[in-house]
Design a protein around this ligand. Sequence first.
Ligand code: ADP
Ligand code: MG
Length: 566
Amino acid sequence: MTKQTHAFQAEVKQILHLVTHSLYSNKEIFLRELVSNASDACDKLRFEAINNDALFGGDTDLAIRIRFDKDARTLTISDNGIGMSAEEAASHLGTIARSGTREFMASLEGEQKKDAQLIGQFGVGFYSGYIVADRITVETRRAGLPADQGVRWSSEGTGEFDLETIPREQRGTDIILHLREGEDEFLSSWKIKSVVGKYSDHISIPILMREEKWDEEKSEYQLTDTWETINKASALWTRSKSDITPEQYQEFYKQISYDQADALAYTHNRVEGRSEYTQLLYIPAKAPMDLWNRERRGGVKLYVKRVFIMDDAEALMPSYLRFVKGVIDSADLPLNVSRELLQESRDVKAIREGSTKRVLSMLEALADSESADDKAKYADFWTEFGAVIKEGVGEDFANRERLAKLLRFASTKHDAGQTVSLADYVSRMKEGQKAIYYITADTLAAAKSSPQLEIFRQKDLEVLLLTDRVDEWMLSHLFEFEGHSLTSVAKGSVDLGDLQDEAEKKQAEESAKAAQPLVDRIKTALGDRVKDVRATSRLVDSPACVVVADHDMSAHLARLLKQAGQ
Ligand code: ADP
Ligand code: MG
């Protein structure tokens, strides 16, 4: 193929513009992104070679090499991984396939802090090279293709890119950055080592640079022909717990999660038994922006004996734990099966169940801890992820009881944030009270000012105030807690039963009788628009309120469905 010019997909143009203009203050992240692509390319080769050893072509020492040329002012990141064919180069480096890109762009355009960490999350990492380069040349050859089918991709990162076939001896990829004016700081071993040390130390493929020697005559450092490894290149999770410091755990977390802050909690275990695996799982401190995007990338990576296999979120974690990050390394899964089969494998299911239990234990340990620090951590966790955990009540039948204990709500007694557990509520129940009462509404203010609460206030009965969108759905799966039914105060004729004394019951009956003529007139006036009109003792100050029949959809849910266009 002779040189051809292609236009970038429209989104790519936008991304390029935004990335180069918005992320400049954090420009060194381009190196992290390109190293991570090189490492992914090595992982992909290892994975494909499981079924096709010939792909290695005798060269199994996978490595990432970084070199710079001061005269040409180029910085090159090379790998001997999977490489790209011409079609792959055109599509992977010219279009953006992933959903979520729109959110990413909105975040860069928006008022919020320009978050450089997001770039990796959304899979537009390659383009970050243009923060420091005014031209990027990619020379690559896909493993398995002949030497005359190399590819050169080149672009100034504006409207278009060039593509041509070139001869190329070695498989894999060179990413050549032609640095912009003023970016010469990246032409230095010291600078590159410090950026790699900061972001890419735990990449499990060695990252190599040529060693420098002091030249007495010229009084400057000169590059030698010896390559040295500049990262630790160790799979942290394979080391024993006692050899790993909390700082190292957190550092590793930041590398795999693109998070700038420390994780809230983590757990590292070697599981033995029917299925043998190591798990290193983290709970982030802050919810990511795409938490509600169900197609978001998985946070947990599956390895088999240190070979990366997949990061299929659904297979490894239930979707209500989609915020968990980490690594699972299995000792006994077969390497040579397809991703599809792995997803159905009983071993993977066992791993998923085991990991779910670990995460729940981690949360329980924080929630039930005596330490104020842990308690505060759990409160923070709940603020960030509580609404997602609630999904689990409906999705994970096996762990429903454990999840119910983790739930936190606002209530009429504690309405600053969601802090009341069902167990707290039960411990405060009044003599004779059988049910756990709740009300759902769009906002806390609406919930609190509902006339339906009047009688509960008067009798000093606590009512849970539920305002998350997921609450109605959750309640359709959670009927009771420790033998107490969950009862809406907005449904039917809330039966206060033993909570009313004889005199009160009698009075209620009498006033209902007295109100009957009025009730009949209102019924006639409203006609078909209501199911029923009746006198009630639940109101104290308000003259009337609307309720739904015991088994009907709540008014709040009806409103939500209407908003969703159903
Ligand atoms: P992501 O890595 O999240 O997929 P990037 O923008 O970083 O997004 O890279 C886009 C795609 O380009 C990658 O998915 C991969 O297919 C391809 N690619 C980038 N760098 C390399 C490389 N060094 N070797 C092989 N393919 C690469
Ligand atoms: Mg990438």
